[in-house]
Design a protein around this ligand. Structure first.
Ligand code: NAI
Ligand code: OAA
Length: 357
């Protein structure tokens, strides 16, 4: 482990990129923050640079005069990064699904993954760009084709589904606060592929005995993104809550990476899910796949290649995946999970077709 920590944000001038960069500028464990975008980044870096925390800011903007395929600024931004966080890409407008973002964002991810594979292959890579269910397969294939894919270090950021679940259930229960909850969420990050596991909270809650309330709660988590897209009315999707959620996810990873004390009451430090490639080398994967086989028995569905699942982290990335949630799912969650796998498998195929078309 290096005694310094360099974090690079690609797409740092955007709606998520700016507040996320602010939160990272406040992080006591980061030594250098490298901000890259294709627009507006010098002013944002100058602004952040007036903050009196120790994180050193460097900024990089694409030079459009460089020939296609070269990008010195991106290379300099990436060099020596321990962590790369990627909110580059277009957001939704009302009436769009995340799938509608695919064509543009797949091309952006393709470019960024290629530069990372060549210039910073050992970094942790946290991808926010939608549709996550398909952009992670693009990243994985490109890294793999360069011979540098590390299954312990590539993450689709789905933490907002956990954040929303904690908030929405707390809204329904008198005298409870979001921090009282840590709802595991599995599946993917889009509509019916999102499966919140409210049955797996430490205690059971009466409201979940009411089917109408329970179904509405699940639906609100699955389609929470739409609430924001509609409220913003053409001006983008979640940015502030997503900056918070990705920073929460980053903090949980860094706690594992630095082996910090996980034993406090702040639910920022608990287990969280991320959308990953289900590589057989990961601790707990054999048990996870055995459980998945059992759930999918009798359906025509293949075991997904990618899934958001709860996991723990250490200096190498994923320490182990949790598989105990499979046996603990209630009947409703099992049904939702089977539906989710159907969508995820299609979304993964779309990402693979993009790379190999
Ligand atoms: N994973 C999740 O839970 C969530 C994902 N998202 C996704 O995050 C992405 C970003 O959202 P916003 O920040 O709201 O969008 P935005 O449009 O405000 O910002 C995107 C930024 O990416 C930059 N960019 C575009 N092409 C680039 C390239 N080739 N290299 C580097 N930067 C590039 C743009 O200049 C812009 O500054 C969207 O795809 C959105 O759907 C949004 C919310 C939650
Ligand atoms: O809804 C969107 O397009 C952005 C997103 O992923 C979310 O808010 O969960």
């Amino acid at each position: 482990m290096s005694s310094t920590i360099k974090v690079t944000v690609l797409g740092a001038a955007g709606g998520i990129g700016q507040p996320l960069s602010l939160l990272l500028k406040l992080n006591p464990y980061i030594t250098e923050l490298s901000l890259y975008d294709v627009v507006n980044i010098p002013g944002i870096a100058a602004d952040l640079n007036h903050i009196d925390t120790n994180v050193k800011i460097n900024s990089f903007i694409r030079d459009n005069n460089e020939p296609k395929g070269t990008n010195t600024q991106l290379i300099n931004a990436l060099k020596g990064s321990d962590f790369i966080i990627i909110p580059a890409g277009i957001p939704r407008k009302p009436g769009m699904t995340r799938g509608d973002l695919f064509n543009i964002n797949a091309s952006i991810c393709n470019e960024l993954a290629t530069f990372i594979a060549i210039h910073s292959p050992n970094s942790f890579i946290l991808v926010i760009s939608n549709p996550v269910n398909s952009t992670i397969p693009i990243f994985r294939e490109i890294l793999n084709n360069y011979g540098v894919f590390n299954p312990l270090k590539l993450f689709g950021v789905t933490a907002l589904d956990n954040v929303r679940s904690n908030t929405f259930i707390s809204n329904l229960i008198d005298n409870s606060l979001p921090k009282d909850f840590n709802v595991p969420v599995v599946g993917g990050h889009s509509g019916h592929s999102i499966v919140p596991l409210f049955s797996q909270l430490d205690k059971s809650y009466k409201i979940l005995d009411d089917n109408n309330i329970y179904d509405a709660l699940i639906h609100r988590v699955q389609y929470g993104g739409d609430e924001i897209v509609e409220a913003k009315n053409g001006n983008g999707s979640s940015t502030l809550s997503m900056a918070y959620a990705s920073n929460k996810f980053f903090n949980i990873i860094i706690n594992g990476y630095l082996n910090l004390d996980n034993n406090n009451n702040n639910n920022n430090n608990c287990q969280i899910s991320s959308y990953i490639y289900l590589d057989d080398s990961i601790n707990g994967m054999k048990e996870l796949k055995t459980g998945l086989m059992e759930i999918l028995k009798g359906t025509k569905l293949e075991i997904p290649k990618y899934l958001a699942i709860p996991m723990n982290f250490d200096i190498n990335g994923i320490k182990n995946v949790d598989y105990k949630w499979i046996d603990k799912m209630n009947e409703k969650e099992k049904e939702l999970f089977v539906i989710a796998v159907g969508f995820i498998n299609q979304n993964v195929e779309k990402g693979l077709n993009f790379v190999y078309k």
